[in-house]
Write a protein that binds this ligand. Structure first.
Ligand code: PMP
Ligand code: GLU
Length: 397
C-alpha cells in the first residue's frame, strides 16, 4: 500500500551545513584526517562559570520542565541584556526563549506566514531560512547575491525589485552568515529608514552580535525605534558564548508574536531544560566579557586565513568583518573545467571532501553558487593545513 506524505514537507531540503558536518565526522570516525571547515561552531569551550552554573543546577535537582517560553528569571535576564548591550527596552512578556535560535526562527515562520505570503531573503543566506518559510506554506523570495560581491551588503536598491503586494517579511542577518559582513551603522540606518513605511515584519537575526572585529555590530532596532512594532529580534547563546550544544535562543518583539511563538513551543519542544536555563542566566549576566579574549583570537585567524587565501590564484573574497566565515569566490577557478560548469561549487565541495578530506559548505547551500564558505573558528594548525589542501585542490582544477 502506498501512502502519501506531506507535499509541503517533501519540498524541504535537509540542512546542508548539518549534513556536511555529519559526513565529515563520519569520515573522521573511519580514521581519515579530515579538516572540518563546515559547521558554524566556535572551537573554544563554553566558559567555565557557565558550565558550573549548570552543574550546580543539576546538583540542586533542577532536572524538570521549566516554563514554556522561558522562566521569568531567564526572560528578565534577556531583557537586561537587551537594555545593557542594545539600549532596547523590552518587557518579559515580549521575550520567548527556545531550543536554539533555529527553533525560534522556525516557530516565527509558522506564526507569521499565511499560504503564499512572500518572505524576502537576501542571498547569501543562512541555510534554514528558506526551508522554514516553505514549511510554513510561504514563498521564499531570494534577493540574489550581486555578481560584484565586494559591494554586496544589503541595500534598499537591492531589495526593491523583489517587493510585491504579497511581501510579508524580510530577514536581515548582520553580522552575516555566510558572507561575514557586518552592516555598518550608517548603512543600517538607511536600510531602517527604507523599511519604515513597509508593511512587513522585520526578522533580524543578530546571533553573531559579539563577533564583529573592526567595528561593533548594532541592532537596527536601536537605530530606528520607529520599527519596533514590527521588529523581531532573534539572538542566541550558541555563537557568542560557544554554547552551540546547549541549544539556547530567544526572540524579543511584539507581545502578540511572542505569545504565538510560545504557544507553538508548548505544542512542540515544551520548554528549555531547567538546568540549561540556569547556565543561560549565568552567561547573560557575564555578557560579552565571557568570551572577549576569544574574539581577538578569531580576528587573528580571520587575518591569517585572508592572507593565505590571497596567495591562491583565481580566488577572490570580500574581506569579512563579522561572524567567523569567509565566503570565498572560486568562480574563476571553476570556469577552467567543464566538470564545474555553471559555477558548480557543489561538485567542487564534494571533490574537496572526497579527495582532500576538507569539508567546506558550497555556495549553492546559501543561494550563491561558485563560492565556498570557510568557517575559521578552528585551531590554527587545522586552518593552515586545511587551506594548504584547498590550495592544492584548486590548483588541480
Ligand atoms: N542564525 C544563524 C545566522 C546561524 O548561523 C545559526 C547557526 N546555526 C542560527 C541562526 C541558529 O543557531 P542556534 O540554533 O544554534 O541558536
Ligand atoms: N549556523 C551554523 C552553520 O551555519 C550551524 C549549523 C546550522 O544550524 O546550520 O553552519
Amino acid at each position: 500500500m502506498e501512502l502519501s506524505l506531506s507535499k509541503r514537507i517533501s519540498q524541504l531540503q535537509p540542512s546542508p551545513t548539518v549534513a556536511l558536518n555529519t559526513k565529515a565526522k563520519e569520515l573522521a570516525d573511519q580514521g581519515y584526517k579530515v579538516i572540518n571547515f563546515s559547521v558554524g561552531e566556535p572551537d573554544f569551550p563554553t566558559p567555565r562559570p557557565i558550565v558550573d552554573a549548570a552543574i550546580e543546577a543539576l546538583n540542586q535537582g533542577k532536572t524538570k520542565y521549566s516554563a514554556a517560553g522561558g522562566s521569568l528569571p531567564l526572560r528578565k535576564a534577556i531583557c537586561q541584556k537587551l537594555e545593557k548591550d542594545n539600549q532596547l527596552s523590552y518587557q518579559p512578556g515580549q521575550i520567548v526563549a527556545g531550543i536554539g535560535a533555529k527553533e525560534i526562527l522556525f516557530h516565527l515562520a509558522l506564526a507569521l506566514i499565511n499560504e503564499g505570503d512572500e518572505v524576502l531573503i537576501p542571498a547569501p543566506y543562512w541555510v534554514s531560512y528558506t526551508e522554514h518559510v516553505v514549511a510554513a506554506g510561504g514563498k521564499p523570495v531570494v534577493i540574489p547575491y550581486p555578481s560584484d560581491h565586494k559591494a554586496a551588503r544589503l541595500t534598499p536598491a537591492m531589495i526593491e525589485p523583489y517587493v510585491t503586494p504579497r511581501t510579508k517579511a524580510i530577514i536581515i542577518t548582520t553580522p552575516n552568515n555566510p558572507a561575514g559582513y557586518t552592516i555598518p551603522e550608517a548603512e543600517l540606518r538607511q536600510l531602517g529608514q527604507y523599511l519604515t513605511d513597509k508593511p512587513w515584519w522585520i526578522i533580524a537575526d543578530e546571533i553573531y552580535e559579539y563577533m564583529s572585529y573592526d567595528f561593533p555590530a548594532i541592532s537596527m532596532a536601536t537605530l530606528c525605534p520607529d520599527l519596533k512594532d514590527r521588529y523581531i529580534l532573534v539572538n542566541g547563546l550558541s555563537k557568542g558564548y560557544a554554547m552551540t550544544g546547549w541549544r539556547v535562543g530567544y526572540m524579543a518583539g511584539p507581545s502578540q508574536v511572542a505569545e504565538m511563538v510560545r504557544t507553538l513551543q508548548t505544542q512542540s519542544s515544551t520548554c528549555l531544560p531547567a538546568f540549561i536555563e540556569d547556565a543561560a542566566i549565568k552567561a547573560l549576566s557575564m555578557g560579552s566579557a565571557a568570551t572577549k579574549d576569544k574574539m581577538g583570537l578569531l580576528k587573528a585567524r580571520r587575518d591569517m586565513a585572508i592572507r593565505l587565501l590571497r596567495e591562491m590564484p583565481g580566488v577572490d573574497m570580500m574581506p569579512p568583518n563579522g561572524a567567523f566565515y569567509i565566503f570565498i569566490d572560486i568562480r574563476k577557478v571553476l570556469a577552467k573545467s567543464p566538470l564545474y560548469a555553471n559555477d558548480n561549487s557543489l561538485a567542487f565541495s564534494a571533490k574537496l571532501l572526497e579527495a582532500h578530506h576538507v569539508a567546506m559548505v558550497p555556495g549553492e547551500a546559501f543561494g550563491a553558487p561558485g563560492f565556498l564558505r570557510l568557517s575559521y573558528a578552528v585551531a590554527d594548525e587545522q586552518l593552515i593545513e586545511g587551506l594548504k589542501r584547498l590550495g592544492e585542490a584548486l590548483k588541480a582544477v
